[in-house]
Design a protein around this ligand. Structure first.
Ligand SMILES: Cc1cc2nc3c(=O)[nH]c(=O)nc-3n(C[C@H](O)[C@H](O)[C@H](O)COP(=O)(O)OP(=O)(O)OC[C@H]3O[C@@H](n4cnc5c(N)ncnc54)[C@H](O)[C@@H]3O)c2cc1C
Length: 402
């Protein structure tokens, strides 16, 4: 019996993860993408070249975020248990200088989340002399992105999933490739899907620095930590008064310093939206704005919290990329019934595409099972819940060659 064929458009973290899970579930999968997915920073629209990458649903909204997050978290947990070198778990601090109105919903989904009293003696990474309004901490996973991406690509090639280099014109998708050859099309082409909508997608521009030869940061109890910290608005914010958080996440041998989340849209080549305010004027590093602020604010925070001094000569790269959101600024996961064969849309993952990737791939696989399987198929295809996070994690961990 020939297997049911699924076409996936897009080879970012969403497309690759979905292709792997569908393949392991028994489908004949084929990926189409405008570029072979190597990590370089030449295209700021290929979001999967940029994640920092924390496993927490920052900068995305969806009614199914919790479900996707918990399902993905199980996978990362397994990978960590298997001592995969591309994942860390550490204490993460979220610290605020301006009064915050509400707490993000995801805090309740994180075991070990603790509110920290700001007037006590507890350790809170921050910049001295700026006010502190609130802080909390929780244990969290971080993915060492270059290592993880290499392993993901390795599974993809080991499973011999065919890849075709092709730019799909979404206004003519039915004729562009022979849709009738497939039972299902999954559209995971990120910002490429903008052309299917009459208005541009919402973007969150992000800036990152990669710091070479960087140690892990330790709190006074000796635990490795990371942080997100928006300094006061008058120091680092946007024209529309949005606080901008600086952050530090670990990698093997290097450290990622962020960041920015500037909301806007691109109309043609032109940026329409918010802008960072040039409030922070110290420029010891000779970097251009906003990298100078990102570097110096993080440097002061790290020095104040750990005594470790970063020097600007350690800057290995500085990059900017776009996190994009679907219509109504949220994640889009839906089935388009208007096509000859069903199309599943899966895009607009904002700042959480890595975080939610396995959860989303599982949902897509469940939908594929629902849409495509007849009772006679039950021995041919595995259900997404029978594909255990443990088995996939083992595959990923085993395939990684350092
Ligand atoms: C600065 C920054 C920091 C981030 N930090 C984090 C983090 O800490 N944690 C986290 O979870 N996430 C983070 N993210 C978000 C994460 O990177 C994205 O959500 C994720 O990479 C989106 O992946 P994707 O596969 O959906 O889209 P993409 O990676 O954009 O992939 C789209 C794919 O579609 C293809 N394509 C597009 N148009 C066409 C077309 N017309 N025809 C054929 N192929 C096409 C492209 O070639 C590409 O293969 C960050 C992002 C940025 C920019």
């Amino acid at each position: 019996m020939s297997l049911k064929k699924v076409a996936i458009v897009g080879a970012g973290v969403t497309g690759l993860t979905t292709a792997i899970l569908l393949r392991l579930s028994g489908y004949d999968v084929h990926i189409f993408a405008s570029k072979y997915p190597v990590i370089d920073h030449s295209n700021p629209f290929f979001a999967s070249a940029f994640p920092a990458a924390s496993i927490v649903p920052h900068s995305v909204t969806s009614p199914i975020s919790k479900k996707l997050f918990l399902s993905s978290a199980m996978f990362y947990e397994q990978l960590y248990e298997l001592n995969f070198s591309g994942i860390y778990r550490q204490i993460h601090y979220e610290v605020f200088s301006e009064p915050s109105k509400s707490k993000p919903a995801y805090l309740q989904w994180l075991p070990g989340y603790t509110e920290i009293p700001i007037n006590g003696n507890s350790f809170i990474p921050h910049i001295p002399h700026y006010p502190l309004s609130r802080a909390w901490k929780f244990p969290m996973f971080f993915v060492d992105w270059p290592v993880y991406w290499k392993a993901l690509l390795k599974i993809f090639t080991t499973l011999e999933i065919p890849f075709t280099h092709e730019i799909i014109d979404f206004s003519r998708i039915d004729s562009r490739f022979s849709v009738e050859n497939y039972s299902l099309v999954v559209l995971a082409s990120g910002s490429g899907l903008e052309k299917m909508h009459n208005k541009p997608l919402s973007l969150l521009k992000g800036h990152l620095l990669d710091i070479d030869d960087a140690p892990k940061l330790h709190d006074p109890d000796g635990h490795v930590f990371s942080y997100n910290y928006p300094p006061p608005l008058k120091v680092y914010s946007t024209r529309n008064g949005k606080p901008q958080d600086i952050y530090s996440y670990p990698r093997s041998g290097t450290m990622i310093l962020g960041g920015s989340r500037i909301a806007g849209k691109l109309i043609g080549e032109k940026w329409k939206g918010d802008e960072l305010l040039l409030n922070y004027k110290k420029t010891e590093s000779n970097l251009e704005w906003p990298y100078s602020a990102i570097f110096e604010l993080n440097k002061i925070l790290i020095e104040n919290s750990t005594n470790y001094k970063i020097h600007y000569t350690q800057i290995k790269s500085k990059v900017h990329g776009y996190r994009y959101l679907g219509p109504n600024s949220s994640l889009c996961f839906e089935i388009d019934p208007s096509k000859k064969v069903p199309h599943i849309h899966a895009y607009g993952l904002g700042g959480a595409g890595v975080t939610l990737s396995w959860g989303l791939a599982k949902e897509i696989t469940s939908k594929a099972n629902e849409l495509l399987q007849s009772p006679n198929d039950k021995n041919t295809y595995k259900t997404s819940s029978s594909i255990q996070a443990k088995n996939i994690s083992r595959l990923l961990a085993n395939l990684y060659i350092g």
